[in-house]
Design a protein around this ligand. Sequence first.
Ligand SMILES: C[S@@+](CC[C@H](N)C(=O)[O-])C[C@H]1O[C@@H](n2cnc3c(N)ncnc32)[C@H](O)[C@@H]1O
Length: 263
Amino acid sequence: MSSKQHVKRVWTVGSYSDIGPNFLPMAAHLVEAAGVGRDQHVLDVGCGTGNVAISAARRGAHVTGLDITPDMLENARENAAIAGLDRIDWQEGDATDLPFEDDTFDVSLSCVGHMFANPPDAAASELVRVTRPGGRLAFTSWTPRSVVPAMAKVLQEYLPPNPDAPDPPFLWGDADVVRERLGDGVATLSFATGVVEQVALSPAHYWEGARTQSGLFIVALENVEEDAFPALREDMIEAIEPYFDDGKNAVSMEYRLTEATVE
Ligand SMILES: C[S@@+](CC[C@H](N)C(=O)[O-])C[C@H]1O[C@@H](n2cnc3c(N)ncnc32)[C@H](O)[C@@H]1O
């Protein structure tokens, strides 16, 4: 299986349409921070089921939603139809090789989307390339100290070592790494931090959701010996526990929002 097929499979198995709605406040934060407005040309990279693209289109922007996974785009189209938005341009494509001319967009956005593309430097330069000079870039990523990287660390301990593993996606949530990756492509750069609260009855329920709904975990678990599952489950629940807020019955998921003006 090619690496592109693998990526598509990761984002097709499970049920992202059950996970995506948890991230709606982050999508709203991103669209607001980027100042999306009427008649702007806006790109949403790794648009998934359409959270950002549809939020931007509701503000009167001309929106293109791009994703590598056809099933996500199918879901996004259904969501746009429910919202009564028939002018969003949905396109299949890769964040590292965007199918657009230079300087096409006023605003390019990605909500925990382009962070999964490899190599990350290509994803960075493509975002800059397709955005017009003076236009804006904004994206979110889980921070390195967030719950998702904490769970990925546990998983790593149960997987065979992989010397060819790419950089961890959540480095896009580290301001120093972002500064380096965007380099001279941007004239201004600022960062904000936000949290989405994902409701769950307990840390174990949160793990149950991730294990059964998230393609990232479902596919990775295929490489874990079944007799290691009980220990892995225990370690996962322990890793999730510090992020669980008993006062809200929710897991706090911290993200970094980067906003930049293109040079
Ligand atoms: C965590 S989901 C986020 C979806 C959406 N932005 C949201 O906020 O709910 C990550 C998305 O990135 C897409 N993706 C992963 N790698 C990609 C790549 N190289 N190019 C384009 N999209 C990619 C996946 O198909 C998936 O829809």
